[in-house]
Design a protein around this ligand. Structure first.
Ligand code: PLP
Length: 403
């Protein structure tokens, strides 16, 4: 591949549209009434029960609402997160809770603010600083690129490449001006999981070119068969240039708790903490105590995974091989190819008007590449967050309407 070809494959977008996909979805549907009692499969908000230990732990730590939380995270939280990483992944050495873990108010703010810290942390770039973003992607990555005043460079993650960015398509010139490479594994929306070899190669590129890899691992516990590998397994023994982002939102069905963490390269995390000390939302101590309990318990996570797998069994039966469906390796979304039914926006409107099923147009989760193509335009995203009955009903209606 010539360098000109490489630049086209990983093309920079003309402008950043910062609007949330859900705002655009509301605009798209306008005043249209749902054709049947509405079933919302648009937002990836887990609906499973809150784990039973949450209430008692909160009650036991009410007094801690009376003090400011430490920015870095309580010692017990950082120890619990590090211990969980050690038992979940095959790490070359244990994570140091003192220097290699920072609490986050959910991964979203962390993914955003870390880009701003990264821009100041990396050595001078050989060219205009760029932030590499898989396309489609979680909206906070593009917001991070914008906040850090870096050029967002969208890497198409299409079926032909297993729905992951093609590392062969990235030229040295681009890598030499890269500040951050965002990856999500498992990916939202496609559910693709990067292999350990892919992650190791990416970590090697980050070390060689001096950029940071931010691997968003918030869906790591929701998988069909094999536990997805993590970036810290694949990075070097000092986790150089690698940072992972974890959350209890999906793992423990606690999206309202707002607890996650960043772990990895201690040099970067020390710098990131300086920014967080003055600018980031702290995490209430009682919430961190709940997180200590959550990271110490796997039974609720196994049950959560079982519930998602039961819904994917329903999708296997009801969707079958329509719309290019294949059970995803991880995450909780269906990424359905509806090009033959009219494409992402037309199908989203039709499903709402005729079936009362609310999904997200894939187009809104992606950006136009330089050649004008949008890797999400043929797709809709269906979040498998409702219970079995509502999910089965929604999928039956979807098939009835789309054929
Ligand atoms: C890929 C991805 N990353 C990060 C987040 C943010 O999750 P939270 O801030 O609740 O940890 C989400 C939420 O939907 C997501 O889908």
């Amino acid at each position: 591949m010539t360098s000109a070809e490489r630049q086209t494959v990983a093309s920079a977008a003309p402008a950043v549209d910062m609007r949330s996909p859900f705002v655009r979805l509301t605009e798209l549907l306008g005043d249209a009434k749902p054709g049947k009692p509405a079933i919302n499969l648009s937002v990836g908000e887990p609906q499973h029960a809150v784990p039973p230990f949450v209430g008692p732990v909160l009650a036991a730590h009410l007094a801690d609402f009376g003090r400011y939380p430490p920015n870095k995270g309580t010692e017990s939280f950082r120890r619990a997160a590090a211990a969980w990483l050690d038992q979940r992944y095959k790490l070359k050495r244990p994570v140091d809770p003192e220097h290699e873990v920072l609490v986050l108010n959910g991964t979203r703010e962390g993914l955003f603010l870390a880009a701003i810290a990264a821009k100041r942390w990396v050595q001078k770039r050989a060219g205009p600083p760029a932030i590499l973003i898989p396309n489609p992607f979680y909206a906070a990555y593009a917001a991070g690129a914008s906040g850090a005043e870096c050029e967002p460079v969208y890497m198409p993650a299409r079926k032909g490449n297993g729905f992951l960015p093609d590392l062969d398509a990235l030229g040295d010139e681009l890598l030499a001006r890269t500040v951050v490479f965002y990856l999500a594994s498992p990916a939202n929306p496609q559910g693709a999981v990067a292999s350990e070899a892919y992650l190791a190669r990416l970590a090697g590129l980050a070390r060689r070119f001096g950029f940071l890899v931010f691997n968003d691992e918030c869906y790591c516990e929701i998988y069909s068969e094999h536990a997805p590998p993590g970036m810290l397994e694949a990075a070097g023994p000092d986790f150089a240039n690698a940072v992972v982002f974890h959350s209890l939102s999906k793992r423990s069905s606690l999206p309202g708790l707002r607890v996650g963490f960043a772990a990895g390269d201690r040099r970067f995390l020390a710098h990131f903490l300086e920014l967080r000390n003055v600018a980031a939302p702290q995490v209430p101590v009682p919430a961190q105590e709940v997180a200590v309990a959550a990271y110490g318990d796997e039974s609720h996570v196994e049950e959560n995974r079982r519930l998602y797998n039961a819904k994917f069994d329903l999708a296997d039966q009801i969707i079958g091989d329509r719309y290019g469906y294949k059970r995803p390796a991880g995450g909780f979304f269906l990424w359905l190819d509806v090009a033959a039914q009219g494409g992402s926006e037309a199908v989203t409107k039709k499903l709402w008007r005729e079936a009362g099923v609310r999904v997200v147009p894939g187009r809104y989760l992606a950006r136009e590449q330089n050649d004008g193509s949008n890797p999400g335009a043929d797709y809709i995203r269906v979040a498998m967050v409702q219970d079995n009955t509502a999910t089965a009903e929604a999928l039956h209606r979807l098939v009835a309407v789309l054929g």
